[in-house]
Design a protein around this ligand. Structure first.
Ligand code: NDP
Length: 314
């Protein structure tokens, strides 16, 4: 059925957007990630329903990487289909990001941080998503073997070439992050945002002073896996559901479901009950309360999950 986005989608504009560092960009406090659940192995109609639900509720930021989906790249292909069928009229209302850094194709030019890899990969992403440009392009991980200037100059150049409007980095340690912020600022392509894993169970960006640096420098921070891939929800309270990420035993192993975790979850559940919130909402609120956090980047395998997550900010 032809998609008409909800006319109410910006009705909570004042509440749900946050300025990304010292930039002109407002991002929704909850953004949608396409790492899992949107690949070639996921039903297209479910992917469509989740994506439409997000946009209908003001979630304008969709996050990808070259290798998302099974097979790698298929999440971007799904977005290409959805662009053609649903979202083309809304392109200017969307803030779409992608990344390159991890292994994507065979041979010496299919991963890390060379100019050769990053530009080829971004071109592939644009073709898969049926886009002329992405709003944000990230270096997905720091490459200790490529001169940092090569990686950073490539980020500058993809903006100059019009392939990306803004640039970001993800998973970089503090010291190269500091060098990146300086290099990019001096070339008038300021670092828009840092993407790092931050949730109640993994606090590295705080402990490593990355979040604080971003905040002081006017760089946005977007927290990935804010629900620790589903651990910080009610998903695993009673066992391991057959359709859950943990059941796949790949990125989320069943040994993470420990008695200590269950005890922690029960405490969070009780705290949530007192606040009128679910476990997931407690976990997302905690991340959003950290000074310097612009947005939480959630995954969802159903509209219901996303709805629950969005209620955190509504
Ligand atoms: P989350 O921590 O939000 O985990 C998402 C999973 O949690 C869902 O797939 C679902 O599991 C479960 N879930 C979500 N909401 C609920 C709910 N309300 N109730 C019960 N269960 C729920 O994030 P992800 O780990 O998926 O990461 C989010 C995004 O962050 C990615 O899509 C990607 O864009 C980005 N990312 C970036 C990385 C990087 O290196 N830069 C690395 C990892 C992620 P189930 O599927 O089992 O139902």
């Amino acid at each position: 059925m032809l998609y008409h986005a909800s006319p109410e989608r910006y009705s909570l504009m004042d509440r749900i957007y946050c300025r990304c560092g010292r930039s002109g960009v407002l991002l929704p406090k909850v953004s949608l990630g396409f790492w899992h659940n949107f690949g070639g192995d996921a039903p297209l109609e479910r992917s469509r329903a989740i994506t439409r639900f997000a946009f209908d509720h003001g979630i304008t930021h969709f996050d990808f990487a070259n290798n998302y989906g099974v097979p790698a790249g298929s999440a971007e292909e799904t977005m290409g289909v959805l662009m053609d069928q649903d979202f083309r009229p809304y392109r200017d209302e969307l803030f779409i990001s992608t990344k390159a850094g991890y292994g994507m194709w065979d041979g010496p030019y299919g991963e890390w941080g060379s100019r050769k890899y990053l530009i080829s990969s971004l071109d592939q992403s644009l073709r898969r998503m049926h886009l002329d440009y992405v709003d944000l392009f990230y270096s997905h991980r720091f490459d200790p073997n490529t001169p940092i200037e090569e990686t950073l100059q490539t980020l500058v150049d993809v903006v100059r070439m019009g392939k990306a409007l803004y640039v970001g980095i993800s998973n970089w340690p503090l010291e190269p992050l500091q060098a990146a912020a300086k290099y990019l600022r001096e070339r008038d392509v300021p670092l828009l945002i840092y993407q790092g894993r931050l949730n109640m169970l993994n606090r590295e960006p705080i402990e490593e002073e990355i979040l604080d640096f971003c905040h002081r420098e006017g760089i946005g921070f977007i927290a990935y896996s804010p629900l620790a891939q589903g651990l910080l929800t009610d998903r695993y309270l009673q066992g391991i559901p057959a359709d859950s990420r943990m059941a796949q035993e790949h990125f989320l192993k069943s040994d993470r479901r420990t008695p200590e975790l269950l005890e922690y979850l029960h405490r969070l559940e009780a705290q949530g009950r007192a606040n009128g919130r679910t476990i997931a909402q407690e976990a997302l609120s905690w991340v959003l309360e950290q000074k310097g956090v612009t947005s939480v980047l959630v995954g969802a395998s159903s509209v219901e999950q996303l709805k629950n997550n969005l209620q955190t900010i509504q």
